[in-house]
Design a protein around this ligand. Structure first.
Ligand code: HEC
Ligand code: HEC
Length: 936
């Protein structure tokens, strides 16, 4: 190993006297490396094919013909397979191959190696089965439920960690090479992250409730999520790079000191960066800012790694042209450099405000995953194949082809997706000159990027084609292996217990110069002898890494849990009812969070689109939190009450029937699947154990859920919906027992607590204070809305609508500069929302602004006048009436005057219109600019 450590000859005393010392004989276990390499290949294909399937489901949602094949359930299969199955097995192959050689020792226990291998594959299989079944915790990259989590902890620490550490302790090479430092950091940190993010209270074998809620759960999750990227996809791959790149290039690592600096700064700084996934959300501002600052600081150590990698090739660039292994490494490291530049950039709050929730993030992670993790793995495998199978690589040419096609695939994936992300981000925040959202319909912003999604399908397919070439090359190489593998016996001296051969404390190189004493000390320190000492003490090294990680984590997380002002409570926020809780579990199981966020940021475009921004106190009963990270559909944080039950019912059955061009998959199975009411009790108990104040729910959860479901179905029927549906076998299913009712109950609750009155008996009080829609009005709105479906609106004619407007509304309202001034101008109103238009037209008196209060005047000569007072002084007042824009009346002529509660705007106007007229009018009201009147 010495030729690549660049740290001088082996200075081990025992080795110097090798002749006199008993040499150990041993061989390396390459069988385990072969197993992990094969698993890498197989799971690489599975992960990328799963990715291709979800990419196709986005552009062709009608293909999700089965509940198990729908985007929400399959996306976690793809991400988990890519991270833990493909990248996971790749790093195990790297660790098992290189650690044995770097330590001059066989793995400590063949048994543990095997347990590790088979345990890990079983976990992956368990994931591949449970995720499509909807068994999930809904935390990204930590979806697996608690029994599997326990298995992961055992396999990772008990089998892998112990085996690795014992191999280090029993090594025959005194100093640990830099690759081993990175492996240590990986093992320690992943264990910590995994355990703390997954602390839960189980409510059944397949369901659990996290001990954290809302803001705290979000902080924990992204502390984990970000560091999974750091310590699962970065540090082990840097270890891999430090071992395999110098081997393949036959050059020592460029700089030993640079590796020290960038190792420790990565380990210490990475941990802090998590909150940059939560900018502008309800987390504390200090946490978000800290996350940004540390993310920016990360740029330097990351590039330290890239530079160390690329400069290792100095003088060997001619080899790159000929050797596919080096080609993969060079492009992989370049992608590492790009991703670690882009990451800090995306953590800058103002950039993040644009990029977050869009495809930009998706492009970013795929540059990292396909470019860095993928290509480093391929490079390593092509280097390993001839060595582990003890033959020649079947075809170097095919490997080169793989490289080119893979590179093309990556570019064809990421470029359009960057464009898509930017397009969507800009469309979300675009306003018209009048100050309305330019694209008020969310689906418009989706349809704009569908072509880019198609291109991604092509890019992904190319990448998979490359993988298939590697699979073929792998198979052919394996076929030409020798009948029996040669197991060379290696001889090396064991390490002596005592060691007193550390390099002497170096002299300051500033000897004699006129500098401060301190400068001498700094110079001695930076010659890094101290680190040389650490490198021969694996246990101490591991402890130091643990301290660095734990201290940094504590700084970030502890205040979130201790400072109460981080989550101000809101009196009106109450725990979910049993039925809503069951509905929430369905939301989680279906993976709705993969497409929907529930977190409105305090940004103008966002509050305009979705409503009041999310408050920390609103999610205190949200276990797990559902803030989401990507908006393929609109945010749902204020969805409660926005649509009728019937709308949701129909939308879940077939989204595109309600919203043209929707890419949301249908959920017909929710209608016929019946709810297990009994299981709700355990959920309530678990939530209660964690502090949710329940009372009657603690014993009668099922009954209460049934009551609420009955009530909801009654409302659904009143809105014109069914009470029963037929399942696939023609059997009748009562909707009050179905999944969809629980889900609607949950959806209608989301984000409404903020506006509930503090008093739990408050519903009646609220009804008194604030006028509500009468049932007739609600029905009228539903009736009109039913006539204004996507097809009707598409067929509507704005120019006819203008004519109808002039006849019915233009007397009082101005639109695009034409019309009366009795009522408010509609040009600047929220007229892009159909809800707003219908509500104000059907129930104008619901809320009458002070400036438009109707006054009723009785004159001395017995005339009754109704109008809006626009000017008034001691002598006279000016009235706007429906027929007269300026009616002057002398005060002395008025006998009686009172203020009416009713709006001047007449009701029932829409009822007088034919369906076609109604649609035309609405189309005109929503149009962006003035249209011509129809020619007649
Ligand atoms: C593939 C991504 C995707 C998945 C998965 C998904 N949705 Fe959607 N959702 C969308 C898109 C896109 C829209 C916007 C178009 C529309 O209204 O259909 C939408 C719209 C909605 C709306 C209407 C919001 C509004 O105010 O207009 C609701 C409610 C909703 N989804 C709920 C859900 C629920 C509940 C689930 C899980 C059972 C789910 N979605 C799963 C993509 C998705
Ligand atoms: C007789 C006069 C009159 C007519 C005719 C009339 N409105 Fe109004 N409208 C008003 C007044 C006054 C208000 C403000 C008080 C209120 O909100 O009820 C108003 C408010 C509104 C608002 C709410 C505006 C906002 O910014 O809050 C909308 C929307 C609206 N009208 C739509 C219509 C439509 C559509 C028609 C035709 C079908 C129409 N109005 C016909 C008088 C009228």
């Amino acid at each position: 190993m010495n030729e690549i450590t660049s740290s001088g000859p082996n200075t081990d005393a025992s080795a110097d006297f090798a002749g006199k010392v008993q040499l150990d004989s041993f061989s390396y276990d390459d069988h385990i490396v072969r197993l992990f390499a094969l698993a890498t290949l197989v799971w690489g294909l599975v992960a990328t094919i799963a990715g291709l399937i979800v990419a196709v489901l986005l552009v062709a949602p009608q293909l999700s013909f089965s509940e198990y094949i729908s985007f929400g359930r399959l996306r976690p299969v793809h991400t988990n397979a890519a991270i833990f199955a493909f990248a996971g097995n790749a790093i195990f192959a790297a660790v098992y191959y290189s650690t044995q050689r770097l330590c001059k020792a066989r793995m400590w226990s063949d048994m543990l190696s095997k347990l590790h291998f088979w345990g890990w594959q079983l976990i992956i299989v368990a994931a591949a089965i449970t995720l499509p079944l909807g068994i999930t915790q809904s935390k990204e990259y930590a979806e697996l439920e608690w029994p599997i989590d326990i298995a992961i902890a055992i396999v990772w620490l008990g089998f892998f960690g112990v085996n690795f550490l014992m191999t280090l302790i029993n090594r025959r090479e005194r100093h640990m090479y830099v690759a081993l430092w990175f492996y240590i950091a990986t093992i320690v940190t992943v264990a910590i992250l995994h355990v703390f993010n997954n602390l839960v209270v189980p409510s059944s074998m397949i369901k659990s409730v996290p001990i954290y809620a809302g803001v705290q759960d979000a902080m924990m999750q992204w502390w984990y999520g970000h560091n999974a990227v750091a310590f699962f996809l970065t540090t082990p791959f840097l270890g891999l790079m430090y071992y395999f790149l110098p081997k393949a290039a036959e050059r020592p690592v460029f700089s030993y000191k640079l590796s020290i600096i960038h190792f420790w700064s990565l380990v210490f700084i990475y941990i802090w960066a998590g909150p940059h996934h939560l900018h502008y959300t309800s987390i504390a501002a200090w946490a978000s800012s800290l996350g940004m600052v540390f993310s920016l600081m990360l740029w330097m150590p990351s590039w330290g790694g890239m530079i160390n990698g690329l400069l290792t090739l100095r003088g060997a660039w001619h080899k790159v042209a000929a050797d596919p292994v080096l080609k993969f490494f060079v492009v992989g490291i370049t992608f590492y450099g790009m991703s670690t530049f882009e990451g800090p950039m995306l953590s800058i709050k103002s950039v993040n405000a644009l990029s977050h929730y869009t495809d930009w993030t998706i492009a970013h992670v795929h540059a990292g995953a396909l470019g860095w993790n993928g290509f480093m793995t391929f490079g390593m495998l092509y280097w390993l194949l001839p060595r582990i199978f003890q033959t020649k690589l079947w075809s170097t040419k095919l490997a080169s082809w793989h490289f080119w096609i893979g590179t093309l695939g990556i570019l064809m994936y990421i470029i359009p997706i960057y464009v898509a992300g930017l397009t969507q981000g800009l469309m979300w925040r675009a306003f018209t000159p009048e100050g309305n959202l330019a694209y008020p319909d969310f689906v418009e912003t989706v349809n704009a990027i569908v072509p880019m999604w198609w291109t991604r399908v092509g890019g992904g397919a190319l990448y998979i084609a490359g993988l298939a070439m590697m699979a073929f090359n792998y198979f052919m190489t394996w076929k030409s292996r020798p009948g029996v593998y040669d197991e060379p016996v290696i001889q090396a001296a064991p390490l002596s217990k005592t060691y007193n051969n550390d390099p002497a404390v170096p002299k300051s190189r500033l000897e004699g110069a006129a500098v401060l004493d301190l400068a001498h000390k700094v110079d001695v320190w930076q010659q890094a002898r101290w680190h040389r000492v650490w490198e021969r003490l694996p246990v101490r090294f591991t402890v130091f890494v643990t301290i660095a990680v734990v201290v940094a984590s504590a700084f970030e997380l502890v205040p979130t849990f201790l400072i109460r002002s981080n989550v101000p409570t809101i009196a009106s926020v109450k725990p979910y009812t049993p039925l809503e809780l069951a509905g929430r579990d369905i939301y989680v199981a279906e993976g709705c969070y993969n497409c929907h966020s529930q977190q409105i940021r305090p940004l103008f475009a966002e509050t305009e689109r979705y409503g009041e921004y999310s408050k920390p106190g609103e999610s205190i009963y949200d276990r797990p939190f559902q803030w989401g990270s990507r908006r393929i559909g609109p945010d749902l944080a204020r969805e409660g009450g926005k649509q009728s039950h019937l709308w949701h019912f129909e939308h879940f059955r077939e989204p595109s029937a309600m919203v043209k061009g929707s890419v949301m998959p249908g959920y017909p199975h929710l209608m016929t699947r019946t709810l297990n009411f009994k299981s709700i009790q355990a959920r309530i108990k678990a939530a209660n154990l964690l502090g949710a104040p329940y009372d009657r729910e603690l014993t009668e959860a099922a009954e209460m859920a049934r009551e609420q479901a009955k009530q909801l179905v009654q409302e659904l029927v009143e809105q014109g919906g069914p009470a029963t549906v037929r399942d696939a076998y023609g059997e009748e299913v009562k909707l009050e027992e179905s999944h969809v009712i629980a889900l609607i109950a949950y959806i209608q609750r989301i984000g409404t607590d903020l506006y509930a009155t503090a008093d739990s008996e408050g519903e009646e009080a609220e009804a008194e204070e604030k006028p509500r829609l009468t049932p007739e009005q609600e029905q009228a709105i539903d009736r009109h809305r039913a006539l204004l479906g996507p097809d009707a609106m598409a067929a509507a004619d704005a120019s006819r609508g203008r004519k109808i407007f002039n006849e019915s509304c233009g007397k009082c309202h101005e639109l695009f500069g034409a019309g009366g001034q009795v009522g408010p101008s509609l040009t600047e109103s929220k007229r892009n929302s159909l809800d707003f238009l219908l509500l104000n037209s059907v129930a104008p008196s619901l809320e009458v602004p002070a400036a438009y209060r109707t006054e009723v005047l009785m004159t001395l000569d017995g005339d009754l006048l109704t109008g809006i007072v626009s000017e008034e002084d001691e002598e006279r007042l000016v009235l706007k009436t429906a027929d007269e824009p300026r009616l002057e009346i002398l005060i002395e002529d008025i006998e009686e005057r009172r203020t009416s509660e009713l709006s001047l705007m007449p009701t029932g106007q829409l009822d007088e219109l034919s369906p076609k007229d109604l649609a035309d009018l609405m189309k005109y009201l929503q149009s962006r600019e003035q249209v011509e009147l129809p020619k007649e």
